[in-house]
Write a protein that binds this ligand. Structure first.
Ligand code: MG
Length: 161
C-alpha cells in the first residue's frame, strides 16, 4: 500500500570570520561564514535531518560523525545526496520540501533561486516542489544578534509502491 511520511529537520551553526558562508550550496559573499566540521551548510543539514526523520533513520550526526576526518570541510551537498540515496533504497521519493533560513544579514533573497535549483537537482525534483524562505528574527536571539544562522525544513516522502 502506498505510504506517505513527513519529516522535520532543524540545524544551527555559529558565524565566524575566515569561514565561507555556504547556504543551500551557494557561496554567499559575506565577511563571516559558518563554523563546522563540514562546510556547515545549515540548510542542507536541516534537509538531511528532515529526510532521515521522515523514515526514523536517526540524524545527520549518526550517519556522518563530525569526528570522522572523511567529512572535514566536505560539501554538504554530498551528504544530502547520500541521504537521498538512502531514501530511495527504502522505496521512497520526495514529494516536496519547505525550508526556512533565519539570519539577520546578509540579505539572501537574490540567492534563493540558486538554492532551490541546487536542492531540486540533488533530490531529483522539479523546482516548483522546493520552497526556500528566509527571515530575519528582528534582531532577537542568536540569529538576530548575528552570532549564528539557523534553518528548519519539512519534507513529504511518498512511497513508490
Ligand atoms: Mg549542522
Amino acid at each position: 500500500m502506498a505510504d506517505i511520511r513527513i519529516g522535520y529537520g532543524y540545524d544551527a551553526h555559529a558565524l565566524q570570520a575566515g569561514r565561507p558562508l555556504i547556504l543551500g550550496g551557494v557561496d554567499i559573499p559575506h565577511e563571516r561564514g559558518l563554523l563546522g566540521h563540514s562546510d556547515a551548510d545549515v540548510l542542507y543539514h536541516a534537509l538531511c535531518d528532515a529526510l532521515l526523520g521522515a523514515l526514523a533513520l536517526g540524524d545527520i550526526g549518526q550517519h556522518f560523525p563530525d569526528k570522522d576526518p572523511a567529512y572535514k570541510n566536505i560539501d554538504s551537498g554530498i551528504l544530502l545526496k547520500k541521504v537521498f540515496e538512502l531514501i530511495g533504497e527504502a522505496g521512497y521519493r520526495v514529494g516536496n520540501i519547505d525550508a526556512t533560513l533565519r539570519l539577520q544579514r546578509p540579505k539572501v533573497a537574490p540567492f534563493i533561486p540558486r538554492m532551490r535549483r541546487n536542492i531540486a537537482e540533488i533530490l531529483s525534483l522539479s523546482v516548483d516542489r522546493v520552497s526556500v524562505k528566509a527571515t530575519t528574527t528582528e534582531r532577537m536571539g542568536f540569529e538576530g544578534e548575528e552570532r549564528g544562522v539557523s534553518a528548519s525544513a519539512v519534507v513529504l516522502l511518498l512511497s513508490d509502491l
